[in-house]
Structures are given as C-alpha cells and as structure tokens.
Design a protein around this ligand. Structure first.
Ligand SMILES: Nc1nc2c(ncn2[C@@H]2O[C@H](COP(=O)(O)OP(=O)(O)OP(=O)(O)O)[C@@H](O)[C@H]2O)c(=O)[nH]1
Ligand SMILES: [Mg+2]
Length: 360
C-alpha cells in the first residue's frame, strides 16, 4: 500500500483535502484537542476494477488504497520526523494555498505561494541536515572501532547529501545510483521523498492552472525532478463530493474539471511514484493491488501475502484487455493462448490479472 504524508502551512486547506480524498465526514478536531496527526485511507478509483467486478460478480470488491496522514497543528518538518506516517511515507503531499479568501486568514500574512513553497522546502532541508549531521557523527565513531568498505561508502554518500543540503538543494534532486539510493533508504530523509504539490486554487482559476502558476511565479519551484503538481479547488470539490453521485459530474464540468479531485490526486501520485496496478479476480473477491513499475512477480505476490511469495510456484497471467475482451472467461483466453505461466522474475505489467500458484 502506498503511504503519503499530507503537509502544508496552517489554513491552506489540508483538512478539506484530507476529507475530499478519504471521504471522511465530520469536522476536524478543535484546536485544543489536536493530536500530531490523523490517518485516513483513500480508495484508488479504477474503472478497470469496476468492469472486472461486473464480470465476476464477486462477494467483495476491494480497491487499492492509499494511506494518508495529515499533520495537524503547526506542522513543521521537524515534527514530521516524529510521525511514522511521514517518516515512512512513499511521498509527501504539499497543500499550497492559492485561493483568495479574506475570511480565511493567511498563515504568513499574505498570499504568496512561491514563498510558501520555498518555506516548506527549506524546512525539509533543515530537518534532513540535522539527520545527516547526526549520521556523519555516528559513522565517524563507528570507524574508530573498525573501518569497512560499507562504512566508507556510507560516509561518502551522506557527505554528498550534507553538501547538497547545505547548498539548499533537496535530496530528491540528487542523481544517485541504486546502491547509494539503498544506503539512504534507512534514514527517512524528507527532502528525498517524491513531492506532490497540491495547488489549492481559487475557484476562478481552476480552469486555467497554468495561468495561475505563472502569475504566482511558481514555475521554477515546481519544475525540479521528483515533483508533480495537481490542481484542486478543495472546498468546492468537497461540497460536490458530498452531492448524490449522479449530480457530481455536471458540477465538476461547470468548474472546468474533467473528473474528481480524488481521481486527479491519485493519478498524479501514481505518476510521481511510477506505480502500476494488477488485479486478482474470483467469485470471492475482485481486487486491485498497486506496486512500483518494474516489480517482479514473486515480490508482487508478497504484496498479497508473504506466504504466497515464499511458496511461489508460478504466476498465471492474462492481461485485463484480453480478459475483458472475452467477457471474463479464462477458458476462452486459454484457448486463444492469452493466459501465460510466468516465473518469479516476470516483470508485472499494468493491468495484469494474476492468479498466483503457490505451495504452502
Ligand atoms: N475559498 C476557499 N476556502 C478554502 C479552500 N480550501 C479550504 N478553505 C477554507 O480554509 C479554511 C481552512 O481549511 P482547512 O482545510 O481546515 O485548512 P488546514 O490547512 O487543515 O488548516 P489548519 O489545520 O488549521 O492549519 C476553512 O475555512 C476552509 O473552508 C478553497 O479551496 N477555497
Ligand atoms: Mg487541518
């Protein structure tokens, strides 16, 4: 499951977005009772799962999910390091206020999204610098007890990180090779995480996000590697999401939006992270699973259950397109040679429908 940490300055629309994505109802907790974070689950919309469900008529339809943690209160980056939903997050979502509304006071006194984007970046960098410095100290101490090639390599990569951070550059901009990227994985560097900037636009600007970005002088802040953006209009979209399903599309279209905020945010997050979906189908349940592009069959099996990965024998694979073209009939697909038996190293494709064979 994908995990994302939702952050942003006060009054930027974080809780409104959280509710839009998780469909959670009710008001956010009053200020005095605020905890460090709240956690919710967003269901990944996927029309392919809907189609499979209508073909197989299972007892359960289980979409892929994204776990979303919102940092409540004054969420500085240092505070993020104390919250597992952020430390372990696959990506950070940054809600950037671009709506003009005098009734909602602005945390920094004025509307300036470029300044706010830079402020978050600086906070992430500062928090990471603390982590990097402590790590360098620790490695130096370990080296007194005995050197190893791995310690040398770790010191070299952490030092490169520290240099970048001191220059004000986020770690997601570093081009690391795979072994170095692996060395960093244990440290939960915040500025190394892919960043999805959620532009919380004014109603008047929703139809033209590019124009709003240009007027706010944001193009540079949004152009780095490991950054995606998605425009929303959190408040109105939440109101629309609470209407009966049949009424929603019309209101979204009036705003100039082709689909729901949940659809757009999830798609942008999958794009940012390079995630794809595969499916399992049957009378019991039809289910969507998400994995990073490039995942091998055995590892994908582990997403379902570690026992299935351990006892992996074969993956019986048919693509969604082939299966739905034959109305969900595995027998017909088999007759036409569209069902393949794949081994543990097979790289799963987006839209594969898989039946894992495993020994217990
Ligand atoms: N006009 C307008 N108001 C919005 C929009 N999104 C949020 N708001 C309003 O801004 C205020 C703050 O929204 P929240 O979603 O609570 O923002 P937050 O970032 O969670 O705020 P804190 O948790 O208090 O820091 C509320 O009154 C919202 O109704 C928007 O897109 N347009
Ligand atoms: Mg909030």
């Amino acid at each position: 499951m994908l995990r994302a940490g939702l952050t942003g300055l006060p009054s930027t629309g974080k809780t409104t977005l959280f509710r839009l994505l998780t469909q959670a109802s009710g008001e956010s907790a009053p200020a005095a009772r605020r905890t460090a974070s709240q956690v919710g689950v967003a269901q990944v919309p996927d029309p392919r799962l809907d189609r499979l469900t209508s073909l197989f008529d299972p007892r359960r339809r289980v979409p892929a999910t994204v776990e979303l943690s919102e940092l409540t209160g004054r969420g500085s980056a240092a505070a993020m390091l104390d919250v597992s939903g952020f430390r372990d997050a696959d990506a950070l979502l940054h809600t950037l206020r671009m709506f003009r509304d005098e009734r909602v006071p602005h945390a920094s006194g004025s509307l300036d999204p470029a300044r706010d984007a830079r402020q978050l970046e600086d906070e992430l960098i500062l928090a990471d610098l603390g982590v990097a410095e402590r790590r360098v100290e620790k490695i130096r101490q370990d080296m007194k007890k005995g050197r190893s090639r791995e310690l040398d390599a770790e010191l070299r990569v952490i030092d490169a990180c520290r240099t970048a951070l001191e220059d004000g550059r986020p770690l997601r901009a570093l081009a690391l090779d795979a072994p170095d990227a692996r060395r960093l994985r244990g440290f939960s560097f915040l500025s190394a995480k892919p960043l999805l900037v959620v532009l919380n636009l004014d109603e008047a600007d929703v139809a033209d996000p590019e124009g709003a970005i240009a007027r706010a002088g944001l193009a540079d802040a949004l152009s780095g590697s490991g950054i995606e953006t998605v425009p929303v209009c959190a408040k109105i979209e939440l109101e629309i999401a609470e209407l009966p399903p049949g009424d929603r599309a019309g209101f979204l279209a009036d705003l100039g939006l082709a689909d729901s905020g949940l659809d757009r945010v999830v798609r942008a997050a999958y794009r940012l992270l390079g995630y794809i979906s595969f499916f399992t189908v049957g009378k019991d349940e039809c289910r969507a699973w998400s994995i990073p592009r490039g995942t091998a069959a055995q590892e994908a099996a582990g997403e379902i259950h570690s026992d299935i990965a351990r006892g992996f024998i074969r993956a019986e694979v048919v693509h969604y397109d082939a299966l739905t073209a034959r109305d969900g009939s595995h027998a017909a697909c088999r007759e036409h040679g569209e069902v393949r038996l794949e081994g543990k190293d097979y790289v799963v494709r987006d839209g594969d429908v898989i039946n894992f064979r495993f020994a217990t």
